[in-house]
Design a protein around this ligand. Structure first.
Ligand code: AMP
Length: 187
């Protein structure tokens, strides 16, 4: 059997990363790790980390890199996973570099970074009907601004490494999934 893949899923808020990640990780037997879910769990459990992260999440800002990187690498080590699918991480070049270094230290490397491409207008429309607390219109605008400013440079980061797979993230979720499968299956 092929070695389990190590993937990251990139894209703006509301691109459908969670939905696609759940399906793909299930079908490929990968460990699905969403830093957003993990941070919300910490916040709801009122842990020290969760209290620190909560204020950032509510305002649509990113949680500081050192907190998220330690949480992510700690979780990968604790779970001793082989293949994984990271959803919502990395979100900054600093995080991407930390991931690269962390994986190198563990004798591993990424197979692909899949970008779910969705235009801003569609993001605003989709999140308007989702109803999570950080989906309020002004918070969504801020999350999109942050995405373009600090997360989108990751597209070049992974392109430079020959790892980027760009997928049209608009249309029917089943069609999007078929495109995602094709993007990772060809590797
Ligand atoms: P998500 O569920 O991926 O949309 O994430 C929700 C919120 O959690 C984001 O708006 C950030 O405040 C925080 N968050 C999730 N992942 C990260 C990350 N990799 N770096 C910084 N903040 C994050």
């Amino acid at each position: 059997m092929a070695v389990a893949q190590k993937l990251v899923l990139l894209g703006p808020p509301g691109a459908g990363k969670g939905t696609q990640a759940e399906r793909l990780s299930g079908d490929l037997g990968l460990f699905h790790l969403s830093t957003g879910d993990q941070l919300r769990e910490e916040r709801d459990a009122d842990t020290e980390l969760g209290r620190r992260a909560g204020a950032f999440i509510e305002q649509g800002e990113l949680v500081p890199d050192d907190i998220v990187v330690a949480m992510l690498l700690g979780r990968l080590d604790a779970e001793r996973v082989d293949g994984f699918l990271l959803d919502g991480f990395p979100r900054t070049v600093t995080q991407a570099e930390a991931l690269e270094q962390g994986l190198t230290e563990r004798d591993r490397k990424l197979d692909a970074a899949v970008l779910l491409d969705v235009p801003d207008e569609e993001v605003v429309e989709r999140l308007g009907s989702r109803g999570r607390e950080d989906d309020a219109p002004d918070v969504v605008r801020e999350r999109l601004r942050v995405y373009h400013e600090v997360t989108e440079p990751l597209v070049c980061f992974y392109e430079d490494r020959g790892l980027l797979a760009r997928v049209d993230g608009t249309g029917d979720p089943d069609d999007i999934y078929a495109r995602v499968r094709e993007a990772v299956g060809a590797r």
